[in-house]
Ligand binder design. Structure first.
Ligand code: R7I
Ligand code: MG
Ligand code: MG
Length: 301
């Protein structure tokens, strides 16, 4: 049986591995070319992107404050913003506004009137499960609060809640069926319910469609609707296989590879622990592991 401490580091490192392994495949020709030049540290470690950065921001804010404070978190998101981490276009605008002194409550509606339904809240949601894995209610409330700063659209929030809940259930060794039950019970939007039903049916019937069918039915895009269920489905399908088998499937699926990789990577790591992860030279690996252990100590004492 994998111990909880190993699952904490597995979850956060799994997120960063999925992000860093997927990043070279994200975007068009120009983005990929730029990433060839900036995607590695001087000592050959693979860099991660906004997915990991915003997860670390949440962890550091909550560890410093002892709870989730939206004002502090918004400030940290804004201070960490760096174009080299390839943020989503709407999120980048919001964070730059906050940096210039605009309140996050005003900034969050400045790009999309109803808030963003991008997958930017979901990609950073697994870390919330590390804080609240033992209370579904607290996990939902805090995930919503952490999402709202940049993604107040109901679909953006629904995707984040889905990923946070699934992470929490895998941390406590729930079966695929139990994970699906919890996420279906909490799903609030039709946009998320539709692909979720498809994925649940595939998992129940042990139907293993080829990658093109997965992409056609569940999506591989930058919106929550087109990526969160995809990541959940792939993580559950590969939960008893190797991390690299899962990542190869995600790379073949294409699209928003770093973010589907980050979400699926954290789910896989939450179940299998860091001892199941492959050897991989990643930027700031020690810091990521230490952050997970600090959360573990804060939650368990
Ligand atoms: O969601 P977000 O932070 O992007 C995250 C993605 C991940 O792939 C990261 O790795 C990074 O590369 O970016 O950024 P947003 O800009 O808020 O949302 C992403 C995209 O979703 C937008 O650029 C739009 O294409 C789409 N989108 C919307 N389109 C129309 N109307 C999000 N909300 C809306 C909307 O309300
Ligand atoms: Mg990214
Ligand atoms: Mg991405």
């Amino acid at each position: 049986m994998i111990n909880l401490k190993d699952k904490y580091t597995g979850c956060l490192l799994g997120l960063a591995y999925g992000d860093a392994m997927g990043a070279p495949y994200e975007g068009g020709m120009i983005e990929r070319l730029v990433w060839r030049f900036i995607g590695k540290t001087a000592d050959g470690c693979r860099r991660w992107t906004d997915d990991t950065q915003m997860s670390l921001d949440i962890a550091e804010s909550m560890l410093a404050k002892g709870a989730l404070f939206q004002d502090d978190l918004a400030q940290r998101f804004a201070e960490s913003y760096d174009w080299k981490r390839v943020y989503g276009p709407g999120a980048a605008k919001i964070l730059k506004l906050i940096r210039r002194g605009c309140s996050w409550r005003d900034a969050m509606h400045s790009v999309y009137r109803d808030g963003s339904f991008g997958n930017g809240a979901a990609m950073r949601a697994p870390v919330l499960a590390l804080f609240f894995y033992d209370s579904l209610d607290k996990l939902v409330v805090n995930t919503r609060a952490a999402s709202e700063i940049t993604h107040s659209h109901p679909v953006g929030i629904d995707g984040a809640v889905l990923i946070a809940l699934a992470t929490s259930q895998l941390l406590i060794n729930r079966s695929k069926e139990e994970v699906c039950e919890v996420v279906v019970a909490h799903c609030q939007t039709e946009e998320m319910r539709k692909p979720l039903q498809v994925a649940v049916n595939w998992l129940q019937q042990n139907n293993r469609p080829v990658v093109s069918v997965v992409v056609a039915q569940l999506g591989n895009g930058i919106t929550a609707q087109k990526s969160c269920v995809t990541a959940l489905y792939i993580a559950l399908r590969f939960i008893d296989s190797g991390f690299l088998d899962m990542m190869n499937f995600i790379i073949d699926a294409g699209g928003d590879v770093d973010t589907i990789g980050a979400m699926a990577g954290s789910l896989w790591g939450a179940f299998n622990g860091s001892s199941g992860l492959p050897e991989f030279k990643i930027e700031d690996g020690a810091r990521i592991e230490e952050t997970a252990l600090r959360i573990y100590s804060a939650v368990r004492c």
